[in-house]
Design a binder for this molecule. Structure first.
Ligand code: FA5
Ligand code: MG
Length: 452
């Protein structure tokens, strides 16, 4: 799906849509929604272009209290003018210089990368030995070095800007697969994307002749917003190729042999990191068959932490390994680090707040994260008619563009279809700072200020 609106238009549209909800507050469509416990006045209505959704119902807000803690990287002494940190104009990754213009092109309709995403490129949290992601990466390296006599070659500095061919074609992602859409992936242009998984490097490394390798890197997705989803997160890919003499004589076929070995390897890794309840779930990936996910019981829910499987033979055939079999996995580093360090939310990983960073140091795996602030959230509800171009990912992108890391969650709380078949969705947006209590006025004002 192609997103017709530019970032600015989208942001403006959302803001106007929230404001324009005022006259519709009496709409019966959402009358069954429980109103928030308290509400505050909405920003002044201003004249402007038509909002992107046809807004249906009221926006409301309230402050609640829950023992949840998360970090906002934005700190501002003025309550209602959020000061965005300047976006560096140049990043360097693995010796490659990346200018902002190379990645963010406001006037190019084939580009959908916003500034706030560019600002994360090059930070490479996984390469910082005192950062929870760096500590975790090194602990995983230790496990592989000890279990496989240091045979795994490690890459953690490969450029995240890759071709559509690398990201999708070479791992057999069908041309109509949802992950290729502009709704799900950040496109630099029609041929180039910010990698949405570390699997983007599988084929080239196989071609280079590697049979054991680990690739760690930042990956980018237009995704939902909640405690386990971030638009920029980190993955570690692992690939192991077996030559025929490794499974011949095992009494099982090549694929079963690889699948067994894969599960043994990953269960061993989990045991190396922590003692937790986990389970395997069958799933589908275009590049593996069979495919599995590993889930860990965390915060009273099952959380998916990795995807894996036996590599599709076509990938091996195309990349010079005709008679071989292989397994591959992709770990979500943030989610594993959440379990390892008992961090309840994904946003703090980007924090530079000393109260967060000082809790972790190189090589220390046994640390449990201590909450250091519990400021209340501020909620806003927004509802609108949905269409092909108004998706949850688009909404999240707009909200993120406006509020940055202050957004804690965007959650669908109601949907309604009328007699004409038109469907409306109502989302509750939770804003929360780790540094101060947010006020309704501040959030309302922020929306107005950003739009001007
Ligand atoms: C993949 O990305 C596959 N490339 C993994 C793979 C590799 C499968 C090799 C088979 C062989 P998936 O989209 O499920 O799969 O993501 C893998 C992991 O990344 C998830 O299990 C989760 O831990 C993490 N993850 C996915 N999306 C997000 C997100 N938005 N925020 C944080 N972590 C995420
Ligand atoms: Mg998955």
């Amino acid at each position: 799906m192609y997103i017709a609106t530019s970032r600015t238009t989208c942001a403006r549209a959302l803001l106007l849509s929230i404001r324009n909800t005022i006259p519709m507050a009496a709409s019966p469509l959402f009358s069954h929604l429980k109103p928030p416990s308290s509400s505050s006045p909405l920003p002044h209505r201003i004249h402007g272009p038509k909002p992107f959704p046809q807004v249906l119902s009221s926006s409301s807000s309230y402050s609640g209290r829950s023992p949840f803690s998360s970090l906002a990287s934005v700190s501002s002494s003025k309550p209602h003018k959020r000061i965005k940190p300047p976006v560096a104009a140049l990043h360097e990754i693995g010796g490659v210089k990346i200018a902002k213009d190379d990645v963010v092109r406001e006037s190019d309709p084939t580009n959908n990368v916003p500034d706030n995403i560019f600002s994360k490129i090059g930070l490479q949290l996984h390469r910082r030995d005192n950062h929870p992601l760096g500590i975790l990466k090194n602990a995983i390296y230790d496990y592989f070095d000890a279990s496989y006599s240091s045979k795994f070659v490690k890459f953690d500095d490969l450029c995240p800007i890759v071709s559509v061919q690398q990201n999708f074609d070479e791992v057999l992602v069908p041309t109509d697969h949802i992950s290729r859409s502009y709704n799900d992936t950040y496109y630099v242009n029609t041929d180039t994307v910010l990698r949405c998984h570390t699997s983007a490097h599988q084929a080239e490394l196989l071609r280079e002749g590697h049979s054991y390798f680990l690739v760690t890197g930042d990956v980018y997705r237009r995704d939902s917003i909640d405690s386990t989803h971030c638009p920029v997160f980190h993955q570690m890919e692992g690939v192991r190729v077996f030559a025929p003499d490794e499974w011949k004589g095992s009494g099982t076929d090549a694929a079963s042999y690889a699948a067994m070995d894969l599960k043994k390897c990953l269960e061993g890794l989990a045991r190396h990191l922590f003692a937790v309840e986990m389970r395997w779930v069958d799933t589908y990936f275009p590049f593996t068959n069979p495919s599995f996910e590993l889930e860990i019981y965390f915060q009273e829910k099952w959380m998916e932490v990795l995807g894996c499987g036996v590599t599709e033979q076509e990938i091996l055939d195309r990349n010079g390994r005709k008679d071989c079999v292989a397994w591959a996995f992709g770990l979500g580093l943030e989610r594993l680090a959440m379990v390892l360090f008992d961090i309840p939310d994904i946003r703090p990983f980007w924090s530079t707040d000393q109260r967060f960073t000082s809790q972790f140091s190189e090589g220390k795996l046994g640390v449990k994260f201590k909450q250091f602030s519990k400021f209340p959230p501020c909620y806003k509800d927004i509802s609108f008619w949905i269409s092909d171009s108004i998706t949850e990912n688009n909404l999240c992108e707009v909200v993120r563009g406006i509020a940055g890391d202050l957004v804690e969650e965007v959650k669908l709380i109601d949907n309604f279809t009328n007699k004409k078949g038109m469907t409306s969705h109502c989302y509750r947006i939770a804003f929360r700072s780790m540094e101060r209590s947010l006020t309704d006025e501040e959030i309302n004002e922020m929306q107005v200020v950003e739009d001007l």
